[in-house]
Each structure stands twice: as structure tokens, then as C-alpha cells.
Ligand binder design. Structure first.
Ligand SMILES: Nc1ncnc2c1ncn2[C@@H]1O[C@H](COP(=O)(O)OP(=O)(O)O)[C@@H](O)[C@H]1O
Ligand SMILES: [Mg+2]
Length: 338
């Protein structure tokens, strides 16, 4: 169980199984995640690894098949349908990748922002004032009356962020918000997320398929096959890095940052060895583990093929003997050997 120590968001052993026709898909497979209040977290992973499913669970749009989700002290699985609707309207904001999913095309930017407030029953005069403030907050003071089609992709995502913030949520979830933007515009959107995180003390989770997101957030968690596999944290210069990444800021000045990817060890002692390492070192489905004074060394299992093929030959020989009538001796020898 993830600890509750100062955590704003806790996912504990989350499972989500989708069943389509007779086929079950495990989108989340025992995912543990803890996010502190006011943290800005990136969530990365290959396509199909379960990122969107996780966002939908956190946003109260999907109920998990098993496990716990606690957000700001609320256990989402224990909320009634009505409470969950209120949670979605007030306590969490969403930004999706596609502008069309975020905004209603025939409404102006201001009216798009007003809509969630109207639905939540906020009083009329307050709605207009707040919508204008939000447009100013996302640096679009000169675009109040523009419809989505009259805005650039980056501007549309800014309006989408304003819409998501309309009811002053404590948690902002963004699923590939920069997926359709060029890199300069993406950087501006990340800068906006950073500013909102700082100024509003907002907890933000941003999903991306781009590992470069680590340049923009404090911590990146990686999902593999529906489970948290690793976390990448920034290191101060005095700490020795394992993974060294160099890049340039948008102003062209040289930027050097150090990151370390830490493998997540779950409460049952399971960890995932990254595919790249397994391939490089020839790891297959069995390994040898050696405990030293302060570490555990994992090596590809030696002579496994030899051992298993020998066992197979032995077994085949025994079965032949068994077919000739000596079955009892085969079973006892098999038991002794196994
Ligand atoms: N509504 C659904 N019905 C059936 N399968 C789904 C549904 N949503 C997602 N999946 C499956 O769950 C897995 C994880 O999907 P998703 O969370 O969308 O991954 P990601 O966002 O990381 O690409 C995929 O194999 C996907 O096909
Ligand atoms: Mg997705």
C-alpha cells in the first residue's frame, strides 16, 4: 500500500480490465502511484500502456476493476454516482489532446469557459468576470470572442486549459495536450502549466509519449503494461547522475540537466527490467540473482537451454520406458527429480 504521508493522490494496486466481446484487456495491472499536493508530474509510456485509462480513472470517468484511488482524502471508489459527478465538475479539470474534444466549435472562447461554470450552478455575473480573468491568465486577453476555428492550435489548448480551470479544480489532468503542436508551441504550453502549477498551487499530471517532458516537470513516471515501471527525477549537480541529458533552451543558450531513472519496486518486491537492458544482456524469462553486501546482482540464467533440453530428453526417455510398462518407476523418478 502506498503511504498516505502528505500525498494528494494515491493509486494503490489499481486494475482496469476492459472486456470487448470475449476478449479481456488488462489496461491497468496493479498500478501504484503517489503524487504530492502541488506536484507537477509527467506520465510517459508507449502507446497502449494504460496512460489514458489512468487519466480516466483519476478523473472519475472510469471506475477501476480493483484497487484504490484516493484524491485529496476522497476514496473515488466509495463515491456515489452523484458525488462522482460533482467531483468531475468541480474538483478535477481535463485537457485532451484533440482541440475538438476540449472546445465546443460554435461557442466563443469566453462562452466555452463559461459553460462548465453554468453547469456547476455558478451565479451569472460571477461567470463572466471569471471567464475573462481566466482568458487573461492564459495570455489570451485579445481573443475573448474568437471561436475555436479562429484560433491557432496552441491558442486552442490555452482556452482548453482555461476551460479546465473554470471551476477552480485542485487537480488538472492533461492527456497528451501537446500531441498536435509543434515543439516551440509545446514549450509555451509547458511553460503555462509550470506557471499555473506555481501560482495556483495546482497539482498537475501531464501525459506524454515524449520522454523530453522531463525537461519541463519535476518528476516523470513511466508506465509499462499498465504498471508503474520507473521514475525519472532531476538531480542536483552535486549528485552523481546515471543518465546524462544535454539540450538547449528555446533562447539557444546551453542547458545541461542531469536526470536519473529509478526503477520502481512494488510492495510485493516486483520490478521491471527495461527492455533495452534485457536485450543488451540477453535476459530471457529466468535470471540468476546474487545478493552481495549492499546490492543484488541479476544475471541472465546460465546454461538454461542446456538444462531444460537435458530434462526434456530425460523425460522423453522415461515416458518411452513408461509406455513399455514401467510407468510406476517413471512417476517416482519424476517426482524425485522435480
Ligand atoms: N474503452 C476501452 N475498451 C476496450 N479496451 C480499451 C478501452 N480503452 C482502452 N483499452 C485498451 O487498454 C489498453 C490501454 O489503453 P490506453 O489507456 O488508451 O493506453 P495509452 O493511453 O497509454 O495509449 C490498450 O490495449 C487499449 O486497447
Ligand atoms: Mg492515450
Amino acid at each position: 500500500m502506498a503511504t498516505n504521508n502528505g500525498a494528494f493522490l494515491i493509486c494503490d494496486d489499481l486494475y482496469k480490465i476492459f472486456k470487448v466481446a470475449d476478449i479481456e484487456v488488462m489496461a491497468l495491472q496493479g498500478l501504484d502511484l503517489t503524487v504530492k499536493r502541488g506536484e507537477l508530474v509527467g506520465v510517459v509510456g508507449a502507446s497502449g500502456s494504460g496512460k489514458t485509462t489512468l487519466m480516466n480513472v483519476l478523473g472519475g470517468l472510469t471506475r477501476p476493476s480493483a484497487g484504490q484511488v484516493i484524491i485529496d482524502g476522497k476514496n473515488l471508489l466509495k463515491l456515489s454516482t452523484r458525488e462522482l459527478t460533482a467531483y468531475r465538475q468541480i474538483e478535477v479539470g481535463f485537457v485532451w489532446q484533440q482541440g475538438s474534444r476540449n472546445l465546443i466549435p460554435y461557442l466563443s472562447a469566453l462562452d466555452n469557459i463559461k459553460l462548465p461554470m453554468t453547469l456547476a450552478g455558478v451565479a451569472g455575473a460571477q461567470i463572466d468576470k471569471r471567464a475573462r480573468e481566466l482568458m487573461d491568465l492564459v495570455d489570451l486577453s485579445d481573443r475573448y470572442d474568437h471561436k475555436p476555428i479562429q484560433l491557432s492550435g496552441g491558442e486552442q489548448q490555452r482556452v482548453a486549459i482555461a476551460v479546465a480551470l473554470a471551476n477552480e479544480p485542485k487537480l488538472l489532468l492533461a492527456d497528451e495536450p501537446t500531441g498536435e503542436l509543434d515543439s516551440t508551441t509545446s514549450d509555451q504550453i509547458y511553460d503555462l502549466f509550470k506557471r499555473l502549477n506555481r501560482e495556483l498551487d495546482l497539482t498537475i499530471c501531464i501525459v506524454s509519449h515524449d520522454p523530453d517532458i522531463r525537461k519541463h516537470v519535476g518528476r516523470v513516471v513511466a508506465i509499462r503494461d499498465g504498471k508503474l515501471a520507473s521514475e525519472t527525477v532531476k538531480r542536483s549537480a552535486s549528485q552523481k547522475p546515471r543518465l546524462h541529458i544535454q539540450g538547449e533552451t528555446s533562447s539557444g543558450e546551453h542547458l545541461e540537466e542531469q536526470f536519473e531513472e529509478l526503477i520502481v519496486l512494488d510492495s510485493a518486491g516486483r520490478l521491471q527490467i527495461p527492455k533495452q537492458y534485457r536485450e543488451e544482456l540477453g535476459f530471457e524469462n529466468r535470471v540468476e540473482m546474487e545478493v552481495t553486501e549492499d546490492s543484488i546482482v541479476i544475471r541472465p540464467a546460465k546454461n538454461l537451454d542446456e538444462t531444460s533440453s537435458q530434462a526434456e530428453i530425460q523425460l522423453e526417455r522415461e515416458i518411452r520406458v513408461g509406455e513399455n510398462g514401467a510407468r510406476g518407476s517413471f512417476i517416482s523418478r519424476f517426482r524425485r527429480n522435480s
